[in-house]
Design a protein around this ligand. Structure first.
Ligand SMILES: C[S@@+](CC[C@H](N)C(=O)[O-])C[C@H]1O[C@@H](n2cnc3c(N)ncnc32)[C@H](O)[C@@H]1O
Length: 243
């Protein structure tokens, strides 16, 4: 496997570094369930970065071979937990950099007895690039990624052409990338950067219907309450014959 693709800039990250202070119940969940559900990876310069030489054997982590689903930016697990529960036949790997949110997710995973999730507390863009073989991921979820509104911050947006190159390399032929956002300018940006990608096909030739299995998270609710439209998108990795 190649190390990080050269164009994935490691000094520009798509998240804000926040305090890792947890409330009491998060702390309890963190210490109780970390061992079971959090996969430790070799970090690079930052505590949230993934070292280029980091490796994970996913089948060993899950104790079985199964199709791999990856979520990047799982927040408190509001989509992750129910969606993983609805896909018992898949191994679901979620990346989230904010530890208190991971702790809340752990508590929910345990409460709902969802056995097919593993979490990585690290940058998911780097994690996807480094920790997965090419053509090994059957589905990728990026829901309500931070919008980074200001023009000078656009380079921090998770979704863009560099990241799309990584996604296209890691998705198996025919596998899908599902996205959702409540910010129209980011939704249009996604179309602008992904519609023309040589290895990705916009499944619906435009906006996707709302993914029914995706629960309404607080981000979606906030957007709707503020009068914004929620946009779903699905891109399918071309198979070798189409590429
Ligand atoms: C706006 S929240 C959305 C959370 C969740 N997807 C939902 O819909 O409820 C975005 C989350 O992505 C996380 N995040 C942003 N960039 C990330 C990255 N590169 N790797 C892992 N997590 C990331 C942030 O810490 C934050 O928790």
């Amino acid at each position: 496997m190649d190390p990080l693709p050269p164009r994935l800039h490691r000094d520009v990250v798509s998240y804000v570094r926040r305090s890792t202070r947890m409330n009491e119940s998060q702390e309890r969940a963190w210490f109780r369930y970390k061992q079971e559900y959090v996969v430790a990876v070799l970090h690079g310069d930052l505590s949230t970065s993934v070292a280029p030489e980091a490796r994970v054997d996913w089948s060993e982590q899950f104790g079985r071979e199964a199709p791999l689903i990856v979520e990047i930016g799982s927040g408190g697990g509001d989509s992750l937990v129910p969606m993983a529960k609805g896909r018992p036949g898949a191994n679901v790997v979620a990346f989230e950099v904010f530890e208190p949110a991971v702790a809340s997710t752990l508590s929910r995973i345990a409460r709902e007895e969802v056995g097919n999730v593993r979490m990585v507390v690290a940058d998911g863009a780097q994690g996807l690039a480094v920790l997965f073989d090419d053509a090994s991921v059957s589905e990728l979820w990026t829901f309500f990624a931070d919008p980074w509104h200001k023009k000078r911050h656009h380079k921090r947006r998770l979704v863009g052409t560099d990241f799309a190159d990584v996604v296209a390399a890691k998705l198996a032929p025919g596998a899908v990338w599902r996205l959702a956002t409540d910010w129209e300018d980011y939704a249009l940006w996604m179309r602008e950067h992904l519609d023309g990608h040589p290895l990705l096909v916009n499944e619906h030739d435009g906006w996707a219907p709302r993914l029914e299995e995706r629960p309404v998270t607080k981000y979606e609710r906030k957007g709707l309450e503020a009068g914004r439209t929620v946009y779903d998108l699905t891109y399918r990795r071309r198979d070798a014959a189409q590429a």
